[in-house]
Design a protein around this ligand. Structure first.
Ligand code: ADP
Length: 400
């Protein structure tokens, strides 16, 4: 069988490692991929390659760490995909701070710069970096590429990166970074194929998944993001609170005996749709429920999306199109309809049949606002960046 060079794309989380294999030669579809999930609890492995499905599990594997599973993954690749050669590993890295405005090949200096950013994203960054470190130790010949969720937002004007805090705190890193950048970069890249006018104009992309945010695009560049210093800000999410009065946090610390860890758990894991409904973080469960709390959570989710779209439209000085993407945005017709109804005053008029069918163009012919569903693909963005860096494309020098 002929050898083919592949790029291993890795998205490492606290309890899971997702991976895909992309051709290194061209911008093609993934050749396979899989996930190791339940790390630290009950690890399971599922993968697909060349039309074949693979499964494994470790019923007594609660003690096995991420490092163990990177070893497992490399062994599995060598055993089950002998016709492929991994020529680069591309990683999703949540935080690139203000320095990393583009993907980068990771060397020791880059790794230590990224480690210094751990306090800015303590729940995600350590897992992303552990993946890079472990793979580079076990397979030192393979270049490791870091692709950042923050990088696409470095075009946000300096003033809009500030909070109303003393200016020296911005110097110390307390500023808006924005996230979901790989998703927005992908959508911005394909938008001209859908709506050339909106792509060259003012568009708001709604990335509505488990994590949810909005990005205001002007001429294809990020102008603002509802996520800011952290991934907590902005919209109500599956388990995250979204924008909140900071006075609430002071009260919780002082009067409810919460410490920083307790606050973190409450705001990241127990709030949002889950906390509001008392039922589930999954939008499908809430839409299927007739409990008033579930209904209220769904209404609040849509209210916030519409309110924050309006805020971003003011910042853009008008609006040409809204794009829906990610799990809820791509798959939930009722949520898209509820959001568009709230945007009627901005000129949004939905085509109900196109929306129900999940077509790309969901605006009625008379709609002033373009309305689109554009499936996102963060993994292919990472593969593309890694390919570009391997080929010595300009992104290599783009560290600001
Ligand atoms: P992540 O942010 O974890 O990458 P996704 O973008 O895959 O998440 O979105 C996952 C979420 O999408 C689920 O938690 C669920 O709430 C929602 N979702 C997926 N399919 C549907 C659907 N058909 N209707 C409503 N919500 C959906």
């Amino acid at each position: 069988m002929p050898q083919s060079d592949v790029i291993l794309v890795v998205n490492a989380g606290s309890s899971s490692i997702k991976f895909s294999l992309y051709p290194a030669a061209d911008d093609g579809r993934p050749l396979g991929g899989g996930i190791i999930e339940g790390i630290g609890v009950q690890p399971q492995f599922k993968a697909e390659f060349a039309g074949k499905a693979f499964k494994d599990d470790w019923p007594d594997g609660a003690g096995l760490d991420h490092e163990h599973f990177y070893g497992f993954l490399l062994d599995w690749l060598a055993r089950e995909t002998p016709e492929t050669t991994v020529v680069a590993a591309g990683h999703r890295v949540v935080h690139g701070g203000t320095d990393f405005a583009a993907p980068v090949v990771v060397d020791a200096a880059v790794l230590s710069a990224l480690e210094a950013l751990v306090p800015l994203a303590p729940l995600h960054q350590p897992h992303n970096l552990a993946a890079i470190r472990t793979l580079s130790e076990r397979a030192p010949a393979i270049p490791q590429v870091a692709c950042f969720d923050t990088a696409f937002h470095r075009s946000i004007p300096a003033r809009d990166q500030l909070y109303g805090l003393p200016l020296d705190l911005a110097e110390a890193g307390l500023r808006r970074y924005g996230f979901h950048g790989l998703s927005y970069e992908f959508v911005a890249g394909v938008l001209p194929d859908y709506d050339a006018g909106a792509a060259a104009g003012r568009t708001i992309v709604a990335h509505l998944g488990n994590g949810a945010s909005l990005c205001a695009l002007k001429d294809g560049e990020s102008r603002a993001c509802t996520m800011g210093f952290s991934t907590l800000d902005g919209l109500i999410m599956g388990t995250r609170c979204g924008s909140i009065d900071p006075g609430v946090l002071i009260y919780l610390l002082r009067e409810k005996g919460l410490d920083a860890d307790g606050l973190e758990k409450l705001l990241y894991k127990e709030s949002g749709l889950l906390g509001l409904s008392g039922l589930s973080a999954d939008m499908r469960d809430l839409l299927a429920s007739d409990r008033p709390e579930a209904r209220q959570a769904v209404e609040m989710f849509c209210d916030r999306v519409a309110q924050q779209i309006a805020g971003l439209a003011a910042l853009l000085g008008g609006l040409d199109a809204v794009v829906f993407t990610a799990g809820i945005g791509e798959r939930s017709a009722p949520i898209r309809a509820a959001i568009c109804a709230r945007l009627a005053w901005l000129g949004a008029e939905l085509d109900p049949a196109a929306n129900a069918a999940g077509e790309a163009r969901i605006a009625a012919a008379a709609s002033r606002l373009g309305l689109w569903i554009v499936p996102t693909d963060e993994e292919s963005m990472i593969a593309r960046h890694s390919r570009g860096l391997l080929a010595g494309a300009p992104a290599e020098t783009a560290r600001a």
